[in-house]
Ligand binder design. Structure first.
Ligand SMILES: [Zn+2]
Length: 122
């Protein structure tokens, strides 16, 4: 099921998360090139999760997803990164922010909608 559209989408998400973790790490942990080991680990984890998302190719943005596939500890760290780097990313990569904003407001795919409904009934 790995077609080029879905690959492109995964790559976009990965690029965005990479930029955000870079902004975060550079401000909080180390100056200069490269990520600190913890941030590198977080990035590897996030990239892996995105590429294995069960909703591909119509993946919702992670914040809107009915499934929380991140382990709690990683989820907390990613949230912190986004809170910090999200507003700063607007200046670095406005296209990525706009793209993400548009994705956030996109309607659920059928698969997502069905699962959300099922979970609401519980
Ligand atoms: Zn770091």
């Amino acid at each position: 099921m790995e077609n080029s559209v879905n690959l492109k989408f995964v790559q976009q998400e990965q690029t965005t998360i990479t930029s955000m973790i870079r902004i975060y790490c550079r401000s909080k942990h180390r100056k200069g090139a490269g990520l600190c080991p913890q941030c590198q680990e977080l990035l590897d984890y996030a990239n892996e999760r995105v590429s294995r998302c069960m909703f591909l190719p119509e993946k919702p943005v992670c914040a809107n997803c009915p499934v929380h596939c991140y382990q709690a500890s990683y989820r907390e760290r990613v949230r912190e990164v986004m809170r910090f780097a999200g507003p700063r990313l607007i200046f670095r990569d406005p296209i990525a922010v706009i793209r993400h904003f548009r994705m956030t407001h996109r309607a659920d795919s059928e698969k997502v909608a069905r699962l959300r409904l099922k979970m609401a009934k519980k």
